[in-house]
Design a protein around this ligand. Structure first.
Ligand code: UFG
Length: 324
């Protein structure tokens, strides 16, 4: 199949491009390189361009004739979204509408959308299933939830079939060591601890030790990047076999605390990390854990790398590569 991967030079997108190529698909990556890396796109065609530019989209669709689209390009920082909601809505909502316009114009009707656990807000219960109410707490989460609703309407009006995948905490790196996380600035827990372990950073700050959890630190559901990508591949198969538009939560279903993640990094790397205790970060729920039974059942998705130590060791291998 010809698959357009928007944001294919980013952390998750680049792993997706690699997996699609490995599965024999023809891949076209569209990325504006605002945060992605050209050298992370390991094959297929590459177009440097922006979703804000409809002419560019016309050219991509005309020239490459994609049959399905995966959309990874968005701004992802919760705190920044509170300070700069305008750029979040423009990039994550308006630009996605441009992409959908192009799809409709060129009659491409299969769409896989990167959504987030942030569409739920503060959970009423964990693990969080798809029936949980949606009450996003910040512009980032709201921007993703808006597109989920847009997609439901586009399905009804235009027969555009979509799968929304709500990622919990994407983590880890390519087991073959070719790809990994390279955000600038880095805000995610695992790469920050790894950088503290490797000496690229002096310490790690724990955002709050007074949560209502066994060790007082926040609990998250870390899911290996390869497992996230295999869910997209499964979603593509699902749409190809006539699957109806749907939304799925993606996680392992087991939560680890910030302290447990620090311990795992120290264990895997054999290095001690300097840990500082900081205040809570605004908007952090105490626990976010996915109930991903529907993805396992309906998409026949099977995560492979569920152990935290495996996730951390692949990310550590990547961190060591950044030093050399
Ligand atoms: N944390 C620290 N210190 C740090 C960084 C993070 O203690 O320096 C803690 C956070 O408070 C949180 C946990 O580590 O409890 C994980 O934090 P991340 O920033 O790595 O991930 P989040 O759970 O905040 O964010 C993830 C995705 C976001 C998405 C969000 C949805 O990375 O893109 O889930 O809730 F918006």
């Amino acid at each position: 199949m010809r698959v357009l991967v928007v944001g294919g030079a980013g952390y998750i997108g680049s792993h997706m491009v690699k997996m699609l190529l490995g599965a024999g698909h023809a891949v076209i990556t569209l990325d504006n390189l605002s945060s992605g890396h050209r050298d992370a796109v390991l094959g297929g065609s590459f177009v440097e361009g922006d979703l804000a530019d409809p002419e560019c989209l016309n050219r991509v669709f005309e020239q490459h004739k994609p049959e399905a689209v995966m959309h990874f390009a968005s701004y992802i920082q919760v705190g920044e979204s509170v300070r700069k909601p305008d750029i979040y809505y423009r990039n994550n909502v308006t630009n996605t509408l441009n992409l959908l316009d192009a799809m409709l114009k060129f009659d491409v009707k299969k769409f896989i959308f990167s959504s987030t656990a942030a569409v739920f807000g503060e959970p009423d219960y964990v693990p969080i299933d798809e029936a949980h109410p949606n009450r996003p707490l910040n512009p980032y989460g709201r921007s993703k939830w808006m597109i989920e609703q847009v997609l439901a309407d586009y399905d009804k009006a235009f027969d555009l079939r979509s799968v929304c995948l709500r990622y919990f905490n994407a983590a880890g790196a390519d087991p073959e060591g070719q790809l990994g996380e390279r955000h600038d600035p880095e805000t995610h827990l695992i790469p920050l601890i790894l950088q503290a372990a490797s000496g690229r950073r002096e310490n790690i700050q724990v955002f709050g030790r007074d949560y209502d959890t066994p060790d007082g630190t926040c609990i998250r559901d870390y899911i290996h990047i390869v497992d996230l990508c295999s869910a997209h591949l499964a979603a593509l198969e699902y749409l190809n076999h006539g699957g109806v538009s749907d939304r799925f939560n993606l996680g392992n279903g087991s939560g680890f605390s910030v302290q447990e993640v620090i311990d795992a990094v120290q264990n895997v790397s054999g290095k001690q990390v300097t840990v500082l205790n900081g205040p809570r970060r605004e908007g952090d729920p105490a626990r976010l854990v996915a109930d991903a039974k529907r993805a396992r059942g309906i998409l026949a998705w099977q995560p492979t790398y569920t152990a935290l130590d495996t996730i951390v060791s692949h990310a550590w291998q990547w961190e060591l590569k950044q030093l050399s």
